[in-house]
Design a binder for this molecule. Structure first.
Ligand code: GDP
Length: 601
């Protein structure tokens, strides 16, 4: 049908905006996507919605049928909405395209009763960083006490059917949500009150369960896309396909395949493609393009059908040789107008943008996609945690081996975000001293690790403290000489610090501590003890001196500090020792440094 004259106008088409659905676990992402799919099937003509690999396409006609009076299809020329529907994969929000986010627009699902939760905050961070426009689906309005459900209705109609009591209960929750968003720096309001969607976030109260408010959500998404995304949706439908890998999956009969979302151009069977791999871009040829077979049993081998070509925006499974080392989140490019070398260079460049800076010593990081790896790297950089190695993929024995090579004990760890541990790596972990931290919330993962480091450092300091001579200053009490010598036994009061048995005892002459003997016993109220603390009165046995000659009643004595210990105490442990002990240390150092200013430095 294309004549030379109209190729340019025909080739330029508006593609479907790509929509991501994000939110905290259990807040209703899956139910919402099911509802959109289900009601689209009911309302639309058969086949109106298409199930893609990893995505569902809802055409404009279906949106307008579902939305009823809310949408006039004549107001729109975008073809519909493409929902990425692998929400288990919550980090797909970090998937990139052309240096930006893969999703053109996002729905942040929040349970109205539960409010903001860790993964909500994380999703907000990602949306903010990538500048992705979004709306908030305030889900589960039907759980409001006294709610009168209005299956599938627009929210205003549903609100009309509620008692004042139920509506004000819901509003309380919604205002709290507005407050949470404001704490995150977003001005938000009920979507019908928002005039300027560029500066404000629209909140759509809805129930994924009963479907009320879902027409509103589709309307808002359609409207936002039309107003703010239209200029970005213009694509050359005949141009080389560009997409992002969602997942690398083994399929019987095909080997490793890619589930990808195509955001630009077209991909055809037989095309040469370049895919970002673990080590290098992979150049291969498309053997088959697969779409789910409508109504097929998911378990049968015939669940896919081959299609000759797929145009953006769409989800597709790509079967091709040599895909084992492809990475989730990596770019896929069709080689058409450029040379293979040029496309390889472009893919390499795009991967380099995401490359994580590594250090000589540091932790090993594994994440499920390139985008989430990047988000992890950002979080670790902020926390000043160095990275030895960062890769996409499940935790393998090799990762344990790499982590073992870290010099510092605190670095002998693997931080896994949204990844599994392969069975043989599990064995390696058991026999090595490498610690694994795994979580699906980035900041929790970082926090867990930081707590571990704190604990480890504390216990290391405790061990050091156990081996170090502790400072103490004590005074021989008047009339408390129990034995003159061999050993001398006297009553003392500890002025500051900790007196430990077996330590050398010194007495200052000017600024010089003179060793006068060694402690050989401490008794507190008749019992032998290992140490005595500031404020206590104890009797001590000192081997060496004689009372009346080297020592006298009323004398001030010190535990003699080896220079090395004084230095460690002052420089590394001053936060760990009690205040009175620090006072004893400082008094000792001050006196000592009168004649030797660099002592213990
Ligand atoms: P996801 O983890 O975000 O995908 O959450 P799911 O969609 O799996 O939902 C978690 C639970 O909340 C499930 O038991 C759903 O049935 C329930 N749920 C989701 N949406 C609604 C809703 O609008 N109303 C009610 N009452 N329950 C809901």
């Amino acid at each position: 049908s294309d004549t030379d004259a109209d190729t340019t106008t025909d080739a330029d088409a508006l593609r479907t905006p790509i929509v991501a659905v994000l939110g905290h676990v259990d807040h209703g992402k899956t139910t919402l996507l099911d509802r959109i799919r289900g009601s689209a099937v009911q309302e639309g003509e058969a086949g109106a919605i298409t199930q893609h690999i990893g995505a569902t396409a809802v055409p404009l006609e279906t949106v307008s049928e579902m939305a009823g009076a809310l949408v006039d299809p004549d107001d729109f020329d975008l073809p519909g909405l493409l929902f990425i529907d692998t929400p288990g994969h919550h980090s797909f929000s970090t998937l990139r395209a052309r240096g930006g986010a893969l999703a053109d627009i996002a729905v942040l699902v929040v349970d109205v009763n539960d409010g903001f939760q860790p993964q909500t905050e994380e999703a907000i961070d990602i949306l903010r960083r990538t500048g992705t426009p979004f709306v908030v689906a305030a889900n589960k309005v039907d759980t409001t006490p006294g709610w009168n459900p209005q299956e599938g209705e627009p929210i205003q109609r549903s609100l009309e059917a509620q008692s004042d009591r139920a509506e004000s209960r819901l509003n309380e929750n919604l205002y709290e949500l507005i407050g949470d968003l404001s704490d995150e720096g977003f001005s938000a309001d009920f979507y019908w009150r928002v005039q300027d969607f560029q500066g404000n976030i629209g909140i759509v109260p809805l129930s994924a369960m009963t479907g009320e408010g879902v027409p509103d959500l589709l309307t808002v998404l359609m409207g936002l896309s039309q107003r703010f995304l239209k200029s970005e949706m213009s694509i050359d439908v005949a141009g080389p396909g560009r997409g992002t890998v969602l997942e690398v999956k083994e399929e019987r009969g095909f080997g490793a395949t890619l589930d990808a979302v195509l955001y630009d151009g077209v991909i055809r069977t037989g095309d040469t493609i370049v895919v970002g791999g673990q080590y290098d871009p992979i150049v291969t040829e498309v053997r088959a393009l697969l779409q789910p077979r409508p109504n097929a049993e998911m378990r049968t081998e015939k669940r896919f059908e081959k299609v000759p070509e797929v145009a953006a925006a769409a989800g597709v499974k790509i079967a091709a040789p040599d895909l084992d080392e492809a990475m989730a989140g990596a770019p896929v490019r069709v080689v058409r107008d450029q040379t293979e070398e040029e496309v390889v260079a472009e893919v390499r460049e795009e991967l380099a943008e995401i490359e994580v800076e590594t250090a000589e010593d540091g932790v090993v990081v594994k994440a499920d996609t390139l985008g989430s790896l990047e988000a992890m790297a950002n979080a670790l950089e902020e926390a000043e945690i160095p990275i030895l190695r960062a890769e996409v993929g499940d935790i393998a024995p090799r990762d344990v081996a790499v982590a073992e090579t870290a010099n510092e004990e605190t670095h002998r760890v693997i931080l896994g975000f949204n990844v599994d541990v392969l069975a043989n790596a599990e064995e390696e972990l058991e026999t090595s001293d490498v610690r694994l931290f795994a979580d699906d919330v980035i900041y929790q993962l970082v926090e867990e690790y930081e707590e571990y480091v704190d604990d480890l450092q504390r216990s290391q300091q405790e061990t050091v403290l156990d081996q170090i001579v502790r400072p103490a200053r004590f005074r021989i009490l008047q009339d408390h000489t129990f034995r003159q010598n061999d050993p001398a036994v006297v009553g003392v009061e500890i002025v500051a610090g900790t007196v430990q048995n077996n330590r050398h005892v010194a007495k200052f002459q000017g600024s010089e501590p003179r060793r006068i003997g060694q402690l050989s016993g401490i008794q507190h109220q008749g019992d032998d003890v290992d140490e005595a603390r500031a404020g206590e009165r104890v009797s001590v046995a000192i081997d060496g001196p004689t009372v009346g000659r080297q020592i006298e009643e009323g004398d001030e004595l010190w535990i003699e500090l080896p220079e090395k210990h004084a230095k460690i105490l002052e420089q590394e442990l001053s936060d760990e020792i009690p205040a009175d002990e620090l006072e004893a240390l400082n008094a000792y150092l001050q006196t000592r440094r009168k004649t030797d200013p660099f002592w213990g430095k």
